[in-house]
Each structure stands twice: as C-alpha cells, then as structure tokens.
Design a protein around this ligand. Sequence first.
Ligand code: AMP
Length: 130
Amino acid sequence: MPTIFTKIINGEIPCFKVAEDENFLAFLDINPNAKGHTLCIPKKEVDKILDLDEETYIGLMAFSRKVGKALQQTVACKRVGMSVIGLEVPHVHVHLIPLNNMKDITFQHKVSLSDKEFTDLAKAIGAKVE
Ligand code: AMP
C-alpha cells in the first residue's frame, strides 16, 4: 500500500507545497513543531534513510539544504534544525524545523496554523528556493 507521502506526490491528497523538482518534494508539516516546519522527501518510496541509494541520499541532502536556506530567510529563528525520524510515516523525510530553543526539536510542543497561514508560508518559503 502506498504511503501517505506517495499519495501526496501523486496528488491524491493535498499538501502545502513549498518546492519540487524531478526527484524531490518539500511541503509543510501538517502538525508543525514551529511555524515553517517543512518536510523534504524523495519521490522514490523508501522507508529508511540509510536504505536510500547514495545518489538519492546525496540529492535529498542537497535539496533539503536549498529549502532550509529559503526557510532560514523566511522565518525568524536562531537556526534551522534538521532531523530524520520516520517512526510515524515509513517514507524517508527530512524535517526542517526553525529553532529558537530546545523544545522546538522535541516533537512535544506543537503550533496550530490556519489554512491561510499554511498557504502563505509555503508560498513565501517556496519563492526563496533557488
Ligand atoms: P515521523 O515519521 O515521526 O518523522 O513524523 C512524520 C511527520 O509527518 C509528522 O511530523 C507529521 O505531522 C507529518 N505528517 C503526517 N501526515 C502528514 C500530511 N498529510 N501532510 C503533512 N505532514 C504530515
């Protein structure tokens, strides 16, 4: 059965898209740790990051770097943190999280945003992706 992220890639369920190229997609996390929390995924469906072929792994890191730099320019924060967990969705994803303190990376404090805030944020970050 395809993962929820494959369904997003295929347009079967919606997302707040930030950026996309032939092999990778970035979209806002629907239950963000902080405003601007973004997920970067390979379009190829693989569960664990260390099981990616080397080219896709390096490509995902390069794509995440580009999106992370755009995020850093868009959302005020001390730095953008990156983490890979995958306990909930078995489809490789890099979390890019604007950090101001340690709680922002704990996945225990969440922020809620309106659809308009998600839409505007995705557009603003996406506009800065080079
Ligand atoms: P994990 O697999 O533990 O790294 O976490 C999966 C992340 O995916 C969580 O932060 C969820 O909020 C996020 N997530 C799950 N479903 C969606 C969705 N449909 N759109 C955006 N983010 C999602």
